[in-house]
Design a protein around this ligand. Structure first.
Ligand code: PLP
Length: 398
């Protein structure tokens, strides 16, 4: 066959061998073994029944047709209302582009601001699709490691040092996957300052914005709300996490009106608009906030329950872990090789977790634990982890 394009061949999944722990665990689980899967992040519960019913009704009511390229007007209005709430900046429907999930919004953002040969900066540890998304746009990128000791928040000086003459954009994610870090105002002000100084776009992935602050912890702050940032910030959002709708593929990009107008052409040549009946279900879900408080509360309670088991345990240091759907445990005092630790933990205790090294250098020596399991299972996993560490082979540290 003729060769595929280098842009497409270049979209290889990121992350190193750590994912093999997950795949091996998954294989054993579907073969019938009782493995606890704390390695991936998809809800362990279905979409709220009200949303499902709204979708069935929309199907019965004949919503089977093409929809406007940037999204149905009422869908964009509902998205704009959420953007107003989540970013603190009054947002209109014309500043919103509906997309097939947060990933598609991220793709639109990357293609909207980067030409082949341009450079971007991505803060690590990061969500696995980020490098491939930049590569698909033909852009190069620098990985800026946010240090564990800084709670996985990036330093402005390090960001500034990574800027090159052809840098066009910076990509951040708060609340963060995989670290659970929720960026402070100071961190975001520092990032914003660099973006303003070097005239950069800031791509801000905020898909976990409802998953923090419920229990008095740090609240989500969007850099879009900082001085001089509205015109250079593109916010990626989605109903996947906040509304329990991962499989429905509804997300959106918020940005300057003129930019969004140009970007509508991307929907023309890619998706040709969203699914009609799913859009109607999404409108109902957003207008009525179906599941939002319950889901946020559930993850908050799970995080608190799991961390309570870990915080009184000296061998492990909790880093980040203030929001999102994961917690990050620093196990360097037990074994600096988190991949080896994860394999051994799987074999000995039948619990699958992700080695932090899969998400970049900064997370090496850590474990990422998914909170997508009921609270009692998470407590059980914590008990197994403690038992396992107590008898961990001493020669490993030699
Ligand atoms: N951004 C982050 C940080 C994520 O963790 C995910 C999914 O896990 C996404 C974006 C994409 O989400 P979706 O495409 O389901 O909206």
């Amino acid at each position: 066959m003729p060769a595929p394009s280098s842009r497409i061949s270049g979209i290889s999944p990121s992350g190193k061998d750590g994912w093999e722990v997950h795949f091996a665990a998954y294989k054993r689980k579907i073969a019938g073994e009782d493995i606890m899967m704390l390695s991936v992040g998809d809800h362990d519960f279905p979409t709220p029944s009200e949303t499902v019913e709204a979708c069935i009704k929309a199907l019965r009511d004949g919503y089977h047709h093409y929809t406007p390229l940037p999204g149905l007007p009422r869908l964009r209005e509902a998205m704009a209302r959420i953007s107003t709430e989540s970013t603190g900046v009054e947002t209109t429907a014309s500043e919103v582009l509906a997309a097939s999930g947060g990933q598609s919004a991220l793709f639109a953002a990357a293609h909207g601001v980067l030409d082949p040969g341009d450079h971007a900066i991505v803060v690590a540890p990061y969500y696995a699709t980020y490098p491939g998304t930049f590569r698909s746009a033909g852009a190069g990128f620098t990985v800026l490691e946010a240090r564990a000791e800084d709670g996985f928040e990036p330093r402005a000086e390090a960001l500034e040092a990574a800027v090159r003459p052809n840098t066009k954009a910076v990509l951040i994610n708060t609340p963060n996957n995989p670290t659970g870090a929720v960026y402070s105002r100071e961190t975001l002000e520092g990032i914003a300052e660099v973006c303003r100084k070097h005239d950069l776009w800031l791509l801000s992935d905020e898909v976990y914005w409802t998953h923090c602050g419920a229990d008095g912890g740090r609240k989500h702050l969007s850099p879009r709300g900082l001085a001089g940032m509205k015109e250079r910030t593109l916010v990626i959002n989605s109903l996947s996490k906040s509304h329990g709708m991962t499989g429905w593929r509804i997300g959106w990009l918020t940005g300057p009106k003129d930019f969004i107008r140009t970007l509508i052409n991307l929907n023309l040549v890619s998706t040709y608009g969203l699914n009609d009946f799913v859009s109607h279900a999404a409108i109902a879900a957003m207008e009525n906030r179906y599941g939002v408080e319950q889901i946020a509360g559930l993850y908050s309670a799970r995080r608190a329950a799991f961390l309570a088991e870990m915080r009184c345990f000296n061998e492990v240091v909790v880093r980040g872990s203030e929001g999102g759907m994961y917690v990050m445990l620093d196990i360097r005092a037990v074994d600096p090789d988190c991949e080896r630790f994860a394999w051994r933990f799987l074999h000995a205790e039948k619990v699958a977790v992700m080695p932090g090294a899969s998400f970049g250098e900064a997370a090496a020596g850590h474990l990422r634990i998914s909170l997508c399991q009921p609270e009692d299972k998470l407590r059980e996993a914590a008990a197994r982890l403690r038992r396992f560490i107590a008898t961990y082979p001493a020669e490993t540290n030699a």
